[in-house]
Write a protein that binds this ligand. Structure first.
Ligand SMILES: O=C[C@H](O)[C@H](O)[C@H](O)COP(=O)(O)O
Length: 164
């Protein structure tokens, strides 16, 4: 599985630790930064990872900032992207099974590393179940297309869709 990972400076240490684990597990992991603890702006890394998913280069992304909120908001602005902020294993599992979220976000100031590892594992080991969930994801994706068309955006119809 091709996974992109990224963080701002608040999430740097957690990002490095999780990257090591994923590499050790044999996943194909690409690090989109940041690469040290120097102040960095979370939207930049969030857009970098989300864009690669939108373009089909990555299957999944993991984004970490202080709270996980900023990266989730930014990544969710990229058409076709569903980013889920999860700090517990049940939500992480459902983020895949119900929401087909390509991106997991976490806050390094909110959750400890051991719990974060379990959240990542729950999310990576789950997959979308379709069924009744598909209709809701399709509805979200349809509405996104409506907004894109309404704004005359040429990117309408180029999103990965619902994955249903
Ligand atoms: O949602 C945003 C994250 O928690 C960021 O890590 C945090 O906001 C960093 O921004 P600042 O340093 O401006 O508080």
């Amino acid at each position: 599985m091709k996974v992109g990972i990224g963080s701002d400076h608040h999430g740097y240490e957690m990002k490095e630790a999780i990257k090591e684990i994923l590499n050790g597990a044999g996943l194909d992991v690409t690090d989109y930064g940041c690469h040290d603890k120097t102040d960095s702006d979370y939207p930049d890394v969030a857009f970098a990872v989300a864009d690669r998913i939108r373009e089909g280069e990555l299957e999944r992304g993991i984004l970490i900032c202080g709270t996980g909120i900023g990266v989730a908001i930014a990544a969710g602005k990229v058409p076709g992207i569903r980013a889920a902020l999860c700090h517990d294993t049940y939500s992480a599992e459902r983020a895949q099974k119900s929401n087909n979220a390509q991106i997991l976000t976490m806050g390094a100031k909110v959750i400890g590393l051991e719990a974060a590892k379990k959240v990542v594992n729950a999310w990576l080991s789950s997959s979308f179940e379709g069924g009744n969930s598909a209709r809701k994801i399709e509805r979200i994706m349809e509405q996104e297309q409506i907004y894109l068309r309404r704004s005359g955006n040429e990117e309408a119809d180029q999103s990965p869709g619902c994955g249903c």
